[in-house]
Design a binder for this molecule. Structure first.
Ligand code: OMD
Ligand code: FE2
Length: 467
């Protein structure tokens, strides 16, 4: 059930389906020679020394004239050819037929997937979506986003719901990367690189252009952060040092798996391109990659493995301390989007208001809840719901949370036990879609009321207590 994986983040991996050993091409590098001392000592004076040289086949090659097993070589480029090495991403796929063998793409209905950020008038109010933002809908629904896939800069936030698997259909996102956060139901994702089983409390990333198909095992839903124009990276650790937060070795990438399947009735490849959906037909499964190598792959990560670092003395650290992955913009330190979690941990800060502080932020904060509750809103925020606190929109703990935590005794205690809230934080000023505002019928119009009971504790006669 757990499948086969290789571990590491952004490694140079290579993988062959075990049914075809040697499917990764080997090159012949004739200029590398070794000198055989054994032969040399056995030779007599009349033997030319060159006969003591051995020619070795030592290196791999991407494009042999004929690939092993009669496969086609295809490169998938995830970065400009000329990107500096640390950002250069590509993989070589050795497949039964190349992706180019397909009938033309034609437009298909997009449902509630959109990249139109002008459907509704701007509204800076705090937004909250109640329990199960996604109940009784099917497919991908865009809640909010900003920017533009054409100019390769922006994000979309979607929710998905489904109870049937994709049969003879796959999805390919030409616009950006999908970071998928299952909230209910595990998903078996078949990709060109192999298969991954992803359960709630795990996340996976399917990068731009990677074809995938999803099998589900019941009522299934989750959140998706889509980023145009950047890939997710592990955040720099600065003074934290070489280890901590999401450690590279906990990221898992699938091993090669192929099917050589003709589909006479037609296999549909769905392509998200410039915010719209297109479909094309081909007569074979696209999961026909027998072997691959490279550093551009899908991957998954179990949030339980997050090595939590936080305050051990006083005050509330900014939530960036919980960043799992970041998609950087070109401005130093400013993310197109960060994926941040609020994992179970110890709260130990002395003489401190421990929950999140009241806040106005130059970034947008979309929050979701995988399980349990969120410490700043014990009641109002439920698993499967969501909230959006837009740029400079005030937010923070509800009145109940403030009162309780202003008087709580500050013993060390477990925080967020059994829960997992997360945040998609973005430097983009996001627009909410018509679906998010109206069609979903999940908007909590009374959200602002959770702050109404906040009352003034101001006492002009207050004096510092004598120590
Ligand atoms: O609840 C939020 O809005 C997210 C958040 C969490 C936190 O610990 C500090 C600031 C912040 O915005
Ligand atoms: Fe905030």
């Amino acid at each position: 059930k757990s499948g086969l994986y290789m571990s590491g983040f952004g490694n140079e991996f290579s993988s062959e389906d075990p049914r075809c050993p040697g499917a990764l091409p080997e090159g012949q590098v004739t200029h590398i020679r070794t000198f055989s001392f054994i032969k040399y000592f056995k030779t007599n004076i009349h033997t030319p020394l060159t006969s003591c040289l051995n020619t070795f086949t030592v290196s791999l090659q991407n494009n042999p004239q004929v690939c092993p097993y009669g496969l086609y070589a295809e490169q998938l480029s995830g970065s400009a050819f000329t990107c500096p090495r640390p950002a250069n991403k590509r993989s070589w796929l050795y497949r039964i037929l190349p992706s180019v063998k397909h009938k033309p793409f034609t437009p298909m209905p997009c449902g509630h997937l959109t990249e139109n950020w002008n459907e509704a008038e701007p509204d800076p109010n705090q937004v909250s979506w109640t329990l199960y933002l996604f109940l009784s809908f099917s497919g991908l629904h865009t809640i909010c986003g900003a920017g533009d896939a054409k100019s390769r800069n922006g994000i979309g936030i979607h929710v998905y719901t489904c109870n049937t698997s994709m049969v003879d259909r796959c999805f390919n996102n030409s616009d950006g990367d999908f970071l998928i956060v299952p909230q209910q139901g595990e998903i078996l994702i078949t990709t060109e690189f192999g298969k991954m089983m992803v359960e709630p409390n795990e996340i996976c990333v399917i990068q731009q252009g990677m074809r995938f198909s999803v099998d589900v095992f019941g009522e299934t839903r989750g959140y998706i952060l889509e980023v145009y124009g950047a890939h997710f990276e592990l955040p720099d650790l600065g003074p934290i040092g070489a280890n901590g937060l999401a450690n590279p070795r906990d990221f898992l990438c699938p091993v090669a798996w192929y099917e050589d399947r003709k589909v006479a009735t037609g296999y549909t490849v769905i392509n998200k391109y410039q915010g719209k959906l297109f479909a094309c037909q081909q007569d074979f499964s696209p999961f026909n990659v027998v072997a691959w190598h490279g550093n551009y792959t899908p991957y998954k990560y179990n949030l339980e493995n997050f090595m939590v670092i936080n305050c051990v003395a006083f005050d509330h650290a900014d939530p960036s301390i919980f960043t799992v992955l970041t998609a950087k913009s070109t401005r130093p330190g400013v993310a197109i989007a960060d994926f941040v979690i609020f994992p179970p941990r110890w709260g130990v800060a002395d003489h401190t208001f421990r929950p999140p502080y009241y806040h106005r932020n130059c970034m947008s904060e979309f929050m979701g809840l995988i399980k349990g509750h969120y410490e700043a809103k014990e009641e109002g925020f439920q698993p499967g719901g969501g909230s959006l606190h837009s740029i400079m929109t005030p937010h923070g703990p509800d009145a109940d949370c403030f009162e309780k935590n202003s008087t709580a005794s500050l013993k060390p205690e477990r925080v967020a036990e059994g829960t997992m809230a997360f945040m998609f934080e973005s430097s983009f000023s996001m627009a909410v879609t018509k679906w998010g505002l109206e069609t979903c019928q999940r908007l909590d119009k009374s959200y602002y009321q959770c702050w109404e009971p906040l009352r003034s504790h101001f006492n002009p006669k207050w004096k510092p207590s004598k120590q």
